[in-house]
Ligand binder design. Structure first.
Ligand code: C2E
Ligand code: CA
Ligand code: CA
Length: 411
């Protein structure tokens, strides 16, 4: 095979121009290590790059700057641009060129792409990407604009909805787990925006943020006053719950508002119940006085979604509370063997030691109802018993149940 051209530090011997009788007119590189030699065709320096035909590739020996293998047009002088460092990038002779050399082996590589080809490819990509990009950008900008407009418009949209009487209340029964009797109901607000029902989880936080919640609560009281006018004269043992936000419980006007509800519904002590989340109690100094006066007026107080907020147990003891509503997320863990299922047992124990009555929320299965009953939870609410319904339907159902009970007594 002729004389060795380069011996690498690893002992590998390189011959860069070997001719074989079986391939007349071709020249090969031979890489020899010990008694083994590999023959490399000079046109195939890097087989992974074969799908980019216009790219010229070469490998060269760092020892003498000689091209070892090559495909396409490569100028051997390009190697000399590597004065220091292991990488050079430049434009020369109408080519974009990169020269890079190995830190471990006495070998380097050159890649070159004719600028004309490059421009053609860039233009090809741009022809497709530019219109698509402009279109996508336009759509995004419109979406952002729309969102911003909606967000800004939310307060005025809520105001419009109130004016147009698009809000109404539905009532979800609360049952006595021991007897199955309906002992109360929670009023839940609905917004019908021309056939589209907006969920309260969306508009209540928006109203709170925009400082509109008191107007909303006022509307809730108005709606409930109309729905349940004179109701407690017929059902003196029932209770009706409404949800109030933190801002409501820091505002004196809420007292007058609930006086109106008491009057309209004929409520006595213990007929009305206010549900407030733990957020309302983070600063007891603020909500405390109003809560104290509400309870003085015979209104019951429930802490809603208990366990999901940050109320400390010590503050719970100081609060004037009647009910604790166990959040659905804890009820869901019952009977699943999930690690958190023991949390609900602690909540139940704690409520009992604080003399609080419990209402379990979001009860969906008989198993959950059984376990809650066994643990001494008195009341529950959930799809297992009834979904939220219009007041008229609640009334009808209550009357049917009363009739049934009366007939039972007669016989
Ligand atoms: P919340 O006070 O925890 O009300 C209970 C929610 O759970 C209601 O959703 C009710 O429909 C739903 N629910 C009841 N039983 C089940 C069940 O078995 N399974 C499942 N998956 N869900 C059940 P809704 O009506 O969408 O109300 C969501 C939240 O919006 C309420 O949560 C409350 O925080 C707020 N909200 C509703 N109405 C009013 C209101 O008049 N004033 C205020 N400030 N907030 C309200
Ligand atoms: Ca509630
Ligand atoms: Ca709740």
């Amino acid at each position: 095979m002729g004389p060795v051209d380069v011996v690498q530090s690893s002992g590998v011997k390189l011959r860069t121009d070997v001719k074989f009788p079986f391939a007349v007119g071709s020249s090969f590189v031979v890489v020899q290590s010990g008694n083994y030699a590999a023959i490399v065709h000079k046109d195939l320096p890097i087989d992974t790059a074969l799908d980019v035909p216009e790219v010229a590739l070469a490998t060269y020996s760092q020892a003498n700057g000689q091209i070892l293998t090559q495909r396409g047009y490569i100028d051997p002088l390009w190697i000399q641009t590597l004065a220091e460092g292991n990488l050079a990038q430049f434009v020369q002779d109408g080519h974009v060129v990169v020269v890079i050399q190995s830190e471990r082996y006495l070998i380097g590589a050159i890649v070159a792409l004719p600028i004309a080809q490059l421009n053609q490819r860039v233009q090809g990509v741009a022809a497709v990407a530019l219109p698509v990009g402009i279109l996508a950008g336009g759509v995004l900008a419109l979406a952002v604009l729309q969102l911003a407009r909606q967000h800004r418009a939310m307060p005025s949209v809520i105001r419009d909805g109130l004016r147009r009487k698009e809000f109404f209340l539905v009532y979800q029964p609360i049952v006595d787990l021991a007897t199955g009797a309906w002992v109360g109901a929670e009023a839940l607000l609905r917004w019908d925006r021309g056939g589209e029902l907006v969920p309260p989880d969306l508009f209540i936080p928006a109203a709170e943020e925009a400082g509109l919640i008191q107007i909303v609560s006022e509307h809730v009281v108005e709606l409930a006053s109309r729905d349940a006018a004179g109701f407690f004269q017929l059902h003196p043992d029932f209770h009706l719950g409404i949800n109030l936000s933190p801002a409501d419980l820091e505002d004196e006007r809420t007292l007058a508002l609930l006086d109106r509800l008491t009057e309209a519904t004929g409520a006595g002590k213990g007929n009305l119940l206010v549900e407030a989340t733990e957020r309302s109690f983070t600063d007891p100094k603020k909500a405390g006085p109003i809560i104290h006066r509400l309870r003085g007026n015979g209104i019951l107080l429930a802490i809603d979604d208990f366990g999901t907020g940050y109320s400390s147990l010590s503050s719970l003891e100081k609060l004037e509370l009647d009910y604790l509503k166990i959040d659905k997320s804890f009820v869901d863990t019952l009977g699943t063997g999930a690690a958190t299922s023991s949390v609900i047992l602690h909540i139940i124990d704690m409520a009992q030691s604080l003399n609080l009555k419990l209402i379990a929320e979001g009860v969906e299965t008989e198993t959950q109802a059984c376990q809650l009953r066994d643990r001494g939870v008195q009341l529950a609410q959930g799809w297992l018993f009834a979904r939220p319904m219009p007041f008229r339907q609640l009334l009808g159902e209550l009357e049917a149940r009363q009739g049934k009970a009366a007939r039972l007594v007669e016989h």
